[in-house]
Design a protein around this ligand. Structure first.
Ligand code: GDP
Ligand code: MG
Length: 232
């Protein structure tokens, strides 16, 4: 059987998907809303992709790399905002939703409780939520808190996908171990997307692929090429 790499049709489809992702993420992206409580969550509208993960996993950096803008992180770093759910509208067609990080070292039961209430309320029963990108540090793999979030998403039947971060810092062995660890648990996590992406905000590894996933979830189609774009 020919591998995808040897199949020209598959190559063409992959290139088209990457181009759609590049085009989508070159459009404008702006902060539109923040919610610190369940009552403050904006009404559901555009398709949403939420980004979740432990504090320090590289979520802000990856959001910046995806959109090619520093403004997202700056917004997230505004005092208070890091404990909120932040909504960014991309290209007027979808929302990127930045969820508060979980499991930071000093977090007590109360902080964990607050995170759970707000994020669970958002994740469960959000009709516009297309997928949750669950970020995992390549070097550390899945932790208990990650598994708890995964189980919550399984129970709510919310599709989620694992994205390994900081791949530039991981050895090939660590990356392989993180990937294999996911393969082992696929059967018990019913809402887990089969594709795991490895990414680095530093080298941009995996960023184009992640953009392509966003474009496909938003059903984004670049405008048809104009006559001027077509070579004679
Ligand atoms: N080497 C490397 N460091 C990263 C990468 N992404 C984030 N970091 C670093 O990890 C730390 C936490 O990143 P940040 O994006 O603020 O994480 P957040 O708390 O999940 O939003 C910062 O010091 C970043 O510079 C990456 O892809 N490679
Ligand atoms: Mg952050």
């Amino acid at each position: 059987m020919a591998s995808a790499a040897e199949d020209p049709a598959a190559d063409g489809a992959l290139a088209a998907n990457l181009e759609r992702g590049r085009h989508l993420c070159a459009q404008s992206c702006q902060f539109v809303a923040a919610a610190a409580t369940v009552a403050q969550l904006p009404a559901a509208g555009l398709p949403e992709v939420a980004f979740a993960g432990r504090s320090n996993v590289g979520k802000s950096s990856l959001l910046n790399a995806l959109t090619g803008r520093r403004t997202l992180a700056r917004t997230s770093h505004t005092p208070g905002r890091t404990r909120q759910v932040n909504f960014f509208e991309l290209a007027g067609v979808m929302m990127l939703v930045d969820l508060p990080g979980y499991g930071y070292a000093a977090a007590g039961k109360e902080a964990v409780g607050n995170w759970t209430r707000l994020v669970e309320a958002y994740l469960v029963g959000r009709p516009s939520l297309r997928r949750v990108m669950l970020l995992i540090d390549s070097r550390h793999g899945l932790k208990d808190l990650d598994r708890r979030v995964m189980t919550m998403l399984d129970q709510a039947a919310v599709s989620y996908q694992l994205v390994l971060t900081k791949s530039d810092k991981a050895t090939m062995g660590e990356l392989a171990q993180a990937m294999n660890g996911v393969a082992d648990i696929r059967a018990v996590h019913t809402a887990l997307h089969p594709q795991v992406l490895a990414s680095s905000a530093r080298t941009s590894a995996g960023v184009a692929e992640l953009r392509a996933v966003l474009a496909s979830l938003a059903d984004w189609r670049p405008p048809a090429a104009t006559a001027a774009d077509v070579a004679p």
